[in-house]
Design a protein around this ligand. Structure first.
Ligand code: SF4
Length: 95
């Protein structure tokens, strides 16, 4: 969940072992490791509110595209096991 929206779904093992949404990927990568620097993933409410129409994760997403700022991504199936992500990367891949 990011910005009050569920951004990825599926069984827990699939989501944690093969995360699809960029936020989930960064969240799992940020698991405590003293050798890595900390990434700030949680946006302050004013930042989330500033993205009125597009993807709420756009201000922090390393894979952001122009349409991410204007159009909210739909939930898109990632694989055939009920794994989905709300991300434009998968909409384009499914087309
Ligand atoms: S829709 Fe765009 S900004 Fe949102 S997670 Fe996907 S690539 Fe990143």
């Amino acid at each position: 969940m990011y910005g009050g929206q569920i951004v990825e779904g599926g069984d827990s093992e699939t989501v944690t072992q093969r995360p699809a949404h960029p936020y989930t990927q960064l969240l799992i990568e940020s698991a405590p490791d003293p050798e890595r620097s900390v990434i700030a993933l949680d946006a302050p409410p004013e930042e989330v509110a500033a993205v009125s129409a597009g993807c709420q994760f756009a201000p922090r997403c390393p894979k952001v595209q122009s349409r991410c700022w204007t159009d909210a991504p739909p939930r898109t199936e990632v694989d055939s096991y009920g794994h989905w992500a709300a991300c434009w990367l998968y909409v384009e891949a499914a087309a």
